[in-house]
Design a protein around this ligand. Sequence first.
Ligand code: ATP
Ligand code: MG
Ligand code: FE
Length: 351
Amino acid sequence: MLVLGLETTCDETAASIVRRGGDGPGEILSNVVRAQVEEHAAFGGVVPEIAARAHVEALDGVLSAALSRAGVTLRDLDGVAAAAGPGLVGGVIVGLTAAKALAVVAEKPFIAVNHLEAHALTARLTDGIAFPYLLLLASGGHTQLLAVLGVGRYVRLGTTLDDALGEAFDKVAKMLDLGYPGGPEVERRAETGDPERFAFPRPMFGRAEPNFSLSGLKTAVRLEAERVAPLSAQDVDDLCASFQAAVADVVANRVRVAFRMFCERHGAPSAIVVAGGVAANGQIRRALQRVSSEMGARLVAPPLALCGDNGAMIAWAGAERLALGLEDDLSFAPRPRWPLDLAAAAPGAKA
Ligand code: ATP
Ligand code: MG
Ligand code: FE
């Protein structure tokens, strides 16, 4: 089946056509992403109103490019999917409304996709892995360790008690004047830095619950930066390298704990999977590779183009849902908050 996916929850306007044959990996026929970097650069972060307007301006072009590169028309599709949240509501409305309109015009099923579920299922698009698997979802707004039991079936093993991993990278970048988005620049500067110059804390190390806490580490970076200031280029490189080394150590430690918890509760996972923008980080990927080898597990990390936000993951999640007969009503409203795991989705539970 062929599904069109639209992504507009944050600062990427994206559209993609994906084919799902059956079990096994999918095929990406086109994957067009227009990132809003210049729009937000001057503000050091995403400005919701600017993002929403930029989505309106970009969506037509991105959509036509996705259809023409795939060589398909609306008639060839089996469904139209859009991310309905979580994210910035102004942007979500743009993609969601467009997808509903396309579905009506083309008389195709409409699928409202949870953006986090789309990150979570990317490993099935790329590698066709079976359920259940252990997922580290590490993006700009979320950091969770989840047992992925099936489509729509997520059990949270751990979460961050404060900042998300990507958010920590972005905040460190901001305090060091490295611009936005911060993750890739921190990683680049870390390459020429000394990871042992600053002995930053490894928060939550050894704790029995696989949770994260990153705000203390972020504060430690700020205090060292203030102590050393004025910062030379080498100081900045060393701060980045020492910060990234601490993050990679913490990630490895937390995933090890989550892996054992997963095995006790659900049996052996088919793989350890990392998803979300932070999955692009080479040092974190290498740390996860070490943990996976140690545990005798397979690591699945998406190719870099599928780590950050994209339309292919939305199209794929739509196809997975459609294959199970799940489609949505045109009255489906945007969900600025939309927790993935069952526990948090229960009435009265905190996300
Ligand atoms: P969410 O998925 O939680 O709604 P989001 O969609 O904004 O948030 P993504 O687009 O998945 O998040 O990821 C963006 C985040 O990934 C940013 O915080 C960015 O700094 C981080 N990131 C991107 N590349 C790297 C890298 N190489 N190293 C570390 N972090 C990175
Ligand atoms: Mg983004
Ligand atoms: Fe995302």
